[in-house]
Write a protein that binds this ligand. Structure first.
Ligand code: ZN
Length: 166
């Protein structure tokens, strides 16, 4: 685990999450909003509780049995079937600020993205993108390149659908 390697997004003020296997899309979206969100779909319910406690993360689960366990870490029982309702629930209950760190993390591996010089990645993005975009970021783990235009338009539209002012 190298998720805490870059501390500037791991300040105590920002909640960190651990998503169970039922809410993978929610986990992706929390990462898009810049929140440190571990997704460990292979863990058993007991394993989730243990990791939530050990890592000091808020457990996001749809498993109502976990509510009855003793010594439960911080936990949010996700009510909605659909990720939009789920995301809205977490934003409201945790008082998240969705725009504060938008696109700071890789949506695949939860790593904080690093700025990358445009000249160094010409052969790694489509020519049109390279010609028209000025700013690029890269995930230090999967090396996926991010640029603002399409991701941002899509995400902002999604947040507006949730009724979140952007
Ligand atoms: Zn990545």
């Amino acid at each position: 685990m190298t998720q805490d390697a870059l501390p500037w997004l791991s300040t105590p003020a920002l909640p960190r999450f651990l998503a169970d296997r039922m809410v993978g899309r929610l986990a992706t979206w929390l990462r898009i909003l810049g929140y440190d969100t571990a997704y460990l779909p292979h863990l058993s319910p007991q394993g989730l509780l243990r990791e939530g406690r050990r890592q000091g993360r808020i457990l996001l689960t749809r498993d109502s049995r976990l509510l009855r366990q003793k010594d439960v870490p911080s936990l949010i029982f996700i009510r909605d079937d659909h990720f939009r309702g789920q995301l809205k629930q977490v934003i409201v209950e945790c008082r998240l600020t969705p725009m504060a760190s938008l696109f700071a993390r890789c949506s695949e591996c939860n790593q904080v993205l690093e700025a990358v010089a445009k000249e160094t990645i010409q052969d790694q993005v489509p020519e049109y993108v390279w010609q028209t975009q000025g700013t690029f970021h890269r995930c230090p783990e999967c090396h996926r390149i991010y640029w603002s235009a399409t991701h941002k338009v899509h995400a902002l539209a999604e947040l507006r659908r949730l009724g979140i002012e952007v």
